[in-house]
Structures are given as C-alpha cells and as structure tokens.
Design a protein around this ligand. Structure first.
Ligand SMILES: Nc1nc2c(ncn2[C@@H]2O[C@H](COP(=O)(O)OP(=O)(O)O)[C@@H](O)[C@H]2O)c(=O)[nH]1
Ligand SMILES: [Mg+2]
Length: 292
C-alpha cells in the first residue's frame, strides 16, 4: 500500500513538497480502492484521515501517512477483543472451520493443531470434507506429519457423522480440542450451506471460524457476508498475507463484519500462523517510524 500511497501523493504535491489538499482526498481514495479496501470503508478512512489532520496547516506526506495509520488502527479492532482459543472451559472445545474452496481451511487447521500442540493441548481433527477427492488424504497427511489423530470415514460419507465420531473420540480420550475440517465449493452453493448447518447442528461447536483468502479482496468480503447471513461465525482467519501485496481486505473484513480477526496465515508451513496483531499489520502495509 505504501508504494502506491507515496506515488500518488507525490503526484499531488507542489514543488515545496507540500501536499495539494484539493487533490488529496481523491488520491487517497484511489490508493485505498486499489489496495482492496471496500468502497464505503475507503470513504470512511478518507474522512477520518482528513479529520485527524490540522486543516489550518500545510501538511507533509509523512503527516498524512501517520494520519492514515491512525485512521486505520481502530478499524482493525472493531470486532472487539479476539477470542483466545487456549482459554476455554469446554472439554473438548469444538471448533468448526468454514470457508470456500482453496481459502486455506485444511492448511490452517493443521497450523492450529500444531499451535495447540505447542501449547500442551491435545486435539483430534475431523476429516469432514468428504466431498472433494483427495481432501481426506490431505488432512490425514498433515495429521501424520504432526502426530495428531484424524477421524475419517470413506469419501462421500456424511460429514456430520464424521464430526460426531471425532467428538466421541475426543470425549473417550479426554482430548482438549476437536477441529472440524469442511468442504468448500462456492459460497452460493445451497447444498453446502445446508451441509454446514447440519454439521453445526450435530456438532454444536463452541466456535465457528471463517477462513478467508486475503488475496481475493472484494470477493472475500462477499463470502464473509454470505456466511454471516447463513451460519454466523465467531472469528475470522485471513490466509496468504505473505502473498498479498495490497493488504486492504483485512481492513475491510474487520470494518464491515465487526468480527475479530484471530489469526493470519503467513506461509505454507505449519509454523506460518500468527495471532493477528494490528501493529504488525499496520507496519506491513504502511511501514514507518511513526506507527504508534
Ligand atoms: N502462501 C500461503 N499459502 C497458503 C496459506 N494458507 C494456505 N495456503 C495454500 O493454499 C492452498 C489451498 O489450501 P487448502 O488448505 O487446501 O484450502 P482449503 O480448500 O480451504 O482446505 C494450498 O496450496 C495451501 O498451501 C498461507 O497463509 N500462505
Ligand atoms: Mg480443504
């Protein structure tokens, strides 16, 4: 975001390096939209940035950057304090992961299983994506690599039955967490939504987490809104931040959904999962010394 920002801003500056106000708003809006910030959120940010700046003075680009950071920051925590999955009195604590195909659900579940394991917690994974060929194999492979049990049935079987089995498995072995993988397909797919609702009914999850691919920008917001209307969720995990050059979808998701972003995916390895930290994120999209 920063490079675009500086390029645009320099084109709106006069010779003295001072920003020409009349063009600032438009330039900033352009930068935000190009960075995958949703239109309404971008407008709000432009207004907020404008308000933070002292209109009586000439403004330097650094001041403008700093004001933009200040405007973005509160939007990143609009969902309230994130859930700490390690602090739960439920045993087993059942977490259902939903999201469309390819967003990174299965990979994220493996990462979370590792995170829990590293914190002394024992989990079982339910291979409830029984729809796609290879999905069961994929999660079993992760389970083997991490030394974590995966409860499965044959392909095509009822995903709810697999989730139910995994919960029984966890209860019998006194495990701490049940992580339920699910099938993706399209968010518009009626059957998928019905399937998710059935899994939710059968497994009564303590938490539902929506996994979104940050690269998909505007589409990620639409997916989230559809899932929100259909099944609701308690937290969001944004994946592939390592490959997302624009970065704005995180702001939009947080600002529009008002659901906390819990974790971000930063690579394909099991360790590439971070608790979402607004400071880290701001530094990533708008690096600068005046971040705090
Ligand atoms: N670079 C990167 N790739 C990721 C991340 N999370 C998932 N992936 C990749 O995205 C692809 C789809 O992931 P998968 O877990 O199968 O998605 P699912 O269909 O939602 O279960 C795989 O190639 C993953 O390695 C991430 O945070 N960063
Ligand atoms: Mg999957």
């Amino acid at each position: 975001m920063l490079e675009r920002f500086r390029k645009r801003m320099s084109s709106a500056m006069d010779d003295g390096g001072i920003v020409d106000r009349s063009r600032l708003r438009d330039k900033l809006l352009e930068v935000l939209l190009e960075s995958d910030v949703e239109y309404g959120v971008a407008e709000l940010l432009v207004d907020e940035t404008w308000e933070i700046l002292d209109p009586a003075r000439k403004i330097t680009p650094e001041e403008y950057e700093s004001a933009l950071r200040k405007a973005i920051r509160p939007l990143l925590r609009l969902g309230g304090e994130p859930i700490d999955i390690l602090k739960t009195d439920r045993k087993p604590c059942v977490i259902l992961f939903v999201g469309i195909n390819g967003t990174g659900k299965t990979t994220t579940i493996a990462k979370i299983a590792k995170f829990l394991h590293d914190n002394g917690k024992r989990s079982v994974i339910a291979a409830s994506d029984t729809f796609r060929a290879g999905a069961i194999e994929q999660i079993v492979k992760h389970g083997d690599a991490l030394g974590i049990n995966v409860v499965r049935q044959t392909g095509g079987s009822d995903p709810s039955a697999v989730a139910f089995d995994a919960i029984s498995h966890a209860k019998a072995r006194n495990l701490d967490y049940v992580l339920i993988d699910t099938a993706g397909r399209m968010q518009t797919n009626r059957n998928l939504m019905e399937e998710m609702k059935k899994i939710r009914r059968v497994s009564s999850p303590d938490y539902i987490f929506l996994v979104l691919d940050s690269i998909t920008g505007q589409d990620a917001i639409e997916q989230a809104q559809t899932f929100m209307a259909e099944i609701r969720f308690d937290g969001v995990i944004m994946t592939k931040l390592d490959t997302d050059a624009r970065g704005g979808s995180v702001i939009s998701v947080s600002a529009i959904l008002k659901i906390p972003i819990l974790f971000v995916g930063t690579g394909q390895g099991y360790g590439d999962l971070m608790k979402f930290d607004p400071d880290w994120y701001l530094e990533k999209i708008l690096p600068g010394r005046s971040n705090r």
